[in-house]
Design a protein around this ligand. Sequence first.
Ligand SMILES: C[S@@+](CC[C@H](N)C(=O)[O-])C[C@H]1O[C@@H](n2cnc3c(N)ncnc32)[C@H](O)[C@@H]1O
Length: 239
Amino acid sequence: MSASPNLPQSGAWTLETFQGQPELRQADDKPGTGVRADWKSLRLPDGVNSLRNQPLGRAVGKNIRTAVDATAGLGYDTFALALLGVEVLAWERDANVFALLSDALARAKSDDKLSAAAARIQIEYANAHTRLPTLRAKVGFSLPLFTAREFMLPDMILLDPMFGGDRGAAKPSKEIQALAATVGADADADALLDMAIAVATQRVIVKRSRLAPPLSGRAPDWTIQGKLLRFDVYRAGAL
Ligand SMILES: C[S@@+](CC[C@H](N)C(=O)[O-])C[C@H]1O[C@@H](n2cnc3c(N)ncnc32)[C@H](O)[C@@H]1O
């Protein structure tokens, strides 16, 4: 997908390897200084309690046990959900970003302090447009007593597509710049909302920048407002 003209353009980023680990680098970057996901930065001094009080934690609430992070990117939200105790199936459709996501998960699994949360994460190189409908697929099942709940219907689905307009932030981080240049504006994201609402059993959360219109123009049931971001929450009740 090509980058949107509204997203910050800062020269080409390429996937390189340094000491066996992938990173996104621009031409002038020294090996080892490229963009990788650093999930360690999410470990907060007072642990999961402060995460619960942050906007994502408040949007998730206390009753969510399983989630699909349908637009995983570098996996920060995936890992935050896992720290909150949620089991997360995470999808990423861009091969370069998926390489960074896989590397972040592998490093987290071998880090004593991150491994318990990392064990709650499964990642797939997948496109949510094709993967979401499969959660409900009845392929191979014809027994009348087999109920819908026995398919993999997650309590919650998180959507955080790239947004091409004004993000409301003074200067995008190096990570956002690298992602924006790599994957573009995710202009096809609107269709994900209805699909997600149809297969989540409790709620769908859409992460938006402060000034972005709601995904698909659909008003949320409620919103958790952060400084630069907001979480639009939609009730879902698939069974
Ligand atoms: C804004 S980033 C997500 C950042 C992420 N929440 C984090 O914490 O690192 C959006 C990502 O979603 C991915 N994406 C967009 N549409 C997708 C789709 N239909 N299926 C899978 N991945 C998708 C993009 O490739 C991009 O990497």
